[in-house]
Design a protein around this ligand. Structure first.
Ligand SMILES: *Cc1c(COP(=O)(O)O)cnc(C)c1O
Length: 412
C-alpha cells in the first residue's frame, strides 16, 4: 500500500462525518472491490440522492396527492412549504428564521433580488443608476443582471470581484456577487465586500450556489441584504429542485418584488384586484409552489440534522488539501495547473485543474469511475461534498487522474 493510501485510511478513520455517507445512495466501497465503486466528485453540480427521498416522494404522490387530494394544501403542509423549508435552510447559511423562501429557479430569484435591490436603493428617492456585477460569474446571473439593469434604467458595470471596491460610488444601486466562483472554486470575501457595498449606501446581493452546504456563509452576521442559491448542488435537493431567496429582516417591509404573484399577497385567497404584499419573507413567493420537488428537497435536508457547518468546512478543506497533495505526488510535473487558490480563506469546496486536453481527460476519467466535470475550454472540475466523499475516494481519484494523464500524453 502506498504512503498516500495509508494516509487516506488514517484520515477516514478520524473523520467524524464518515457515517453520513450511509444516508446517501452511492456505490458501496468494499475493500477487495474498492476500484469498482464510482468516486462521485460532481456534487457541486448535482448532489447525490439522499436515501430518504424516494420513500418521501412516493408518500407525497400516493397518499398526500392520491388520497388526501386538495386537503393536502392544509393537512400535509403544502401551502406553507416554501417558508418552512426556507427555515430549514436558514441555519446552514447563518440566517435566523423568517427570512428565506424556497421556490423558482436561481435565475428567477437573481432577477427578483436584483430588481428588488435597485428599488430598495432608491426607496428614499435617491437616483442611483448603476448595477455592478461580477464579470466572471455563472452566465445566467449576468444575463439576468443585464435585463434587470435595462428594466430599471441602470447601467451595468461588469467587473472582476477584485475590482468591485474601486468602482463603487454614490451612483451604485446594487452589487451582485458570487460567494464561490463556479469555475475556479475561488471563495470571495463576503464580509469585506458587503461592508464596502454598504459604505457607499448600496445593496449587496450574494449568489450562494457554490457555498451553501459546503462552508459557513454568515448572512445575518455580515449584514447581507439579499441572497439567492440553488438547492441541487451541496444541498442535494435533486435535479431542478427549487432555489431560495433570502431577504434580510430589516429590509423586508421595503422589498418590492418585480414578480408579485398571488402567493406573495397579504391575503392570497381574498382574490382582491389590488395587490398588497404579505409581510416578511413571504413577499419573495410568486405562484403555486412546485410541491413534488419541494418536498423531495425537504426530505433531502434531513441529512443535516445535527451536522455542524463548521465541521463540514473543516472536512472540506482537508479533502481539497489532500487531493492537491495527491495530485502533486502522482501527476507528472507541469501536466496540470491548479486554478484553486492555495490559501484556505480563498477556497471553496472544489478543485479546478487546467489542462489543454481536459475534455478528453474527463471522458476517460468518467469511464474509469471517477466522476468530475469539464468546463470549457480547458478546466477539469472536482467537487468535494464533505457529507459523502471520503479520503480514500480522493486518493483514488488523484491516482486514476495521474494514470489517465500519463496514458493520454498531452500535447499542450
Ligand atoms: C448553478 C448555478 C446557477 C443555476 O441557475 P438555475 O437557474 O438554478 O439553473 C446560477 N448561478 C450560479 C452561480 C450557479 O452556480
Amino acid at each position: 500500500m502506498s504512503e498516500l493510501s495509508f494516509k487516506a485510511r488514517e484520515l477516514d478513520a478520524g473523520d467524524e462525518l464518515a457515517g453520513l455517507r450511509s444516508l446517501f445512495v452511492l456505490d458501496t466501497v468494499s475493500d477487495h472491490a474498492a476500484d469498482a465503486a464510482e468516486v462521485y466528485l460532481d456534487g457541486n453540480s448535482l448532489g447525490a440522492l439522499p436515501a430518504a427521498v424516494p420513500g418521501r416522494v412516493e408518500d407525497v404522490v400516493r397518499r398526500q396527492w392520491g388520497e388526501l387530494r386538495i386537503r393536502s394544501w392544509e393537512e400535509s403542509g403544502w401551502w406553507t412549504a416554501p417558508e418552512r423549508i426556507g427555515d430549514r435552510i436558514a441555519p446552514l447559511v447563518g440566517a435566523a428564521a423568517g427570512q428565506i423562501v424556497v421556490g423558482d429557479s436561481t435565475s428567477v430569484n437573481v432577477f427578483k433580488a436584483l430588481v428588488g435591490s435597485v428599488r430598495l436603493a432608491r426607496f428614499s428617492g435617491s437616483a442611483r443608476d448603476e448595477i455592478v456585477v461580477d464579470a466572471t460569474t455563472f452566465p445566467t446571473d449576468g444575463y439576468m443582471a443585464e435585463s434587470a439593469a435595462r428594466l430599471t434604467g441602470c447601467t451595468l458595470r461588469p467587473v472582476t470581484p477584485a475590482e468591485v471596491p474601486g468602482v463603487l460610488g454614490d451612483r451604485t444601486a446594487a452589487v451582485l456577487l458570487n460567494h464561490v466562483d463556479y469555475r475556479t472554486g475561488r471563495l470571495h470575501d463576503l464580509p469585506g465586500l458587503t461592508a464596502a457595498v454598504h459604505a457607499v449606501g448600496a445593496v449587496a446581493v450574494w449568489d450562494l450556489c457554490h457555498s451553501a452546504g459546503a462552508l459557513p456563509v454568515g448572512l445575518d452576521e455580515h449584514g447581507v441584504d439579499l441572497a439567492v442559491g440553488c438547492t441541487y448542488k451541496y444541498l442535494n435537493g435533486g435535479p431542478g429542485s427549487p432555489a431560495y431567496l433570502y431577504v434580510r429582516r430589516e429590509v423586508q417591509d421595503r422589498f418590492d418584488s418585480p414578480l408579485p404573484g398571488w402567493n406573495s399577497h397579504a391575503e392570497p385567497f381574498g382574490m382582491r384586484p389590488d395587490y398588497e404584499p404579505a409581510p416578511g419573507a413571504l413577499r419573495g413567493r410568486v405562484g403555486t409552489p412546485d410541491i413534488l420537488s419541494m418536498l423531495a428537497l425537504e426530505a433531502a435536508l434531513e441529512v443535516w440534522d445535527g451536522v455542524s457547518i463548521d465541521t463540514v468546512r473543516a472536512k472540506s478543506l482537508a479533502l481539497t488539501d489532500f487531493f492537491l497533495e495527491c495530485v502533486a505526488e502522482y501527476v507528472p510535473p507541469g501536466r496540470v495547473e491548479s486554478l484553486t487558490p492555495p490559501a484556505h480563506e480563498e477556497r471553496g469546496s472544489q478543485v479546478a485543474l487546467r489542462c489543454a486536453d481536459a475534455g478528453e481527460v474527463m471522458k476517460r476519467l468518467v469511464e474509469r469511475g471517477v466522476v468530475g466535470d469539464f468546463r470549457r475550454p480547458d478546466v477539469l472540475r472536482f467537487g468535494f461534498t464533505p457529507l459523502y466523499v471520503g479520503f480514500a475516494d480522493v486518493e483514488r481519484a488523484a491516482r486514476v487522474l495521474a494514470e489517465t494523464l500519463r496514458a493520454s500524453g498531452g500535447d499542450g
